[in-house]
Design a protein around this ligand. Structure first.
Ligand code: FES
Length: 341
C-alpha cells in the first residue's frame, strides 16, 4: 500500500511505499529535497508536518531537538508515513543544488598527515565536471569495498580532489586505504552531498570548528572564504587529543599571518607533554573567547560528541539554529548502533 505525501512549497505529491521513508521516496522520484546524512544525524532534511500520521525511527538530538519535535517538525529521512501527509521543508537561507555525479578518479598523491590520518589526492578521469559547495562530502568506493563518505578538503574551483581519511583499525575500508592504496589506483566518487556548506551571502563573523579529520570540510570552507576575499572576522578552532594529532598547523598559522581577519586556535584536549597550545575542550575554549555569538555563522565538523557539545554551547551563547551548519562524522559502527537503538 502507498501513501501520498504532499510537499507544499513544491506543489507536488509523491507516492511513499509502506515502510519507506519520505526522503527515500522523494529522491527516488527525482524530487530535489534538501538532505545530508540520510540517517537522522544532520538535520538537513528538517520539515514541518502539517497533517497526517507518521513514525520516526531513532535520530540524533542535535538533528531535531525535543522542542522542535513538539512544534511539529520532522526528519523525512527517518519518517515512515502511516497515512497521507502534508509537509513543507524548513526554509534555508541559501539553497545550493549541484548535479549528482559519478566520477572515476585516479589517486595522484598520498600524504601521511598524522599517525592515523592520510590525505588522499585524486584527479578526475571521467564523469565531471564536478561542482560542489565548500563543506560538502562525497561517497567514495575503493576497489570492491563498501562505499564510505568523506568530505572534500579542496576548494570547489580546483581539479584535484582532496580527502582526509582517519584509520579505524577495526574498519573494513580504512585499513585498505592506510596499507594498500597507492598512487595510480582508481576510486569511484559519487556526490556531492550534505548541507553544511559555506553560506556565501553571510556578512557577519564566522566561527569554524574542526575536530580531528573534521578538518577536511572546514579547510575547504576556510580556503574558499579567504580566496573570495571575505573581510569579516573568521575564528578557527582546531581540536585534537594530543600534539601528535595536529596536522596542517603550519599552513593555518601562515594563513593567520597573511589575513588579518583570520585567527587560528589549536586546542589540545588530552595533552601528554608540555604543550605550547591551548588545552581543554573546544566548547569551553569558545565560551572563554566569546560572550555572545548571535549574528555569527558557525561551521562545525568532527566526532559527534564534539559537534553536539559545541552546538549546545553556541546555542547557549545565542547563535540561531539557522546559523549553525554541522557535519558530524559517524563511523559505520556508530551508524549501526543508532539503527539498533
Ligand atoms: S538527511 Fe535527514 S537528518 Fe540528515
Amino acid at each position: 500500500m502507498n501513501y501520498k505525501v504532499t510537499i507544499r512549497e513544491k506543489n507536488v505529491t509523491i507516492e511513499v511505499t509502506m515502510g519507506k521513508t519520505i526522503l527515500e521516496c522523494a529522491l527516488n522520484q527525482q524530487i530535489e529535497f534538501p538532505h545530508g546524512c540520510r540517517s537522522g544525524n544532520c538535520g538537513a532534511c528538517k520539515s514541518i508536518l502539517h497533517s497526517g500520521d507518521l513514525e520516526m525511527s531513532p535520530y540524533s538530538e542535535y538533528a531535531l531537538t525535543g522542542e522542535e519535535k513538539n512544534r511539529g517538525l520532522i526528519l523525512p529521512c527517518r519518517s515512515v508515513p502511516w497515512s497521507d501527509c502534508e509537509i513543507s521543508i524548513v526554509d534555508d537561507d541559501e539553497t545550493r543544488v549541484h548535479a549528482n555525479r559519478l566520477l572515476e578518479c585516479k589517486v595522484v598523491d598520498l600524504i601521511q598527515a598524522t599517525h592515523d590520518i592520510k590525505i588522499v589526492k585524486m584527479s578526475i578521469l571521467s564523469g565531471g565536471p564536478y561542482d560542489f559547495s565548500a563543506g560538502q562530502y562525497a561517497s567514495l568506493t575503493f576497489e570492491k569495498l563498501p562505499p564510505r563518505d568523506y568530505s572534500m578538503a579542496n576548494t570547489p574551483d580546483t581539479n584535484t580532489l582532496e580527502f582526509h581519511i582517519r584509520l579505524l583499525p577495526d574498519g573494513t575500508v580504512t585499513p585498505h586505504i592506510q596499507n594498500n592504496l597507492k598512487v595510480g589506483d582508481t576510486v569511484s566518487v559519487q556526490g556531492p552531498y550534505g548541507t553544511a556548506y559555506l553560506r556565501e551571502n553571510h556578512k557577519g563573523p564566522i566561527i569554524a570548528v574542526a575536530g580531528g579529520s573534521g578538518l577536511a570540510p572546514i579547510q575547504s570552507i576556510l580556503r574558499t572564504t579567504l580566496v573570495y576575499g571575505i573581510q569579516q572576522p573568521i575564528t578557527f578552532y582546531f581540536g585534537v587529543r594530543t600534539d601528535r594529532d595536529l596536522y596542517l598547523e603550519e599552513e593555518f598559522k601562515k594563513l593567520s599571518q597573511s589575513y588579518e581577519n583570520f585567527s587560528f586556535i589549536p586546542v589540545i584536549s588530552e595533552p601528554n607533554i608540555k604543550t605550547c597550545h591551548r588545552t581543554g575542550f573546544l566548547d569551553d575554549a569558545i565560551a572563554k573567547d566569546f560572550h555572545k555569538v548571535r549574528g555569527n555563522k558557525a561551521y562545525i565538523a568532527g566526532p559527534p560528541v564534539m559537534v553536539e557539545s559545541v552546538i549546545k554551547r553556541l546555542k547557549n551563547l545565542g547563535i540561531q539554529d539557522a546559523d549553525c551548519h554541522a557535519d558530524a562524522f559517524y563511523t559505520e559502527a556508530e551508524k549501526k548502533k543508532m539503527e539498533i537503538n
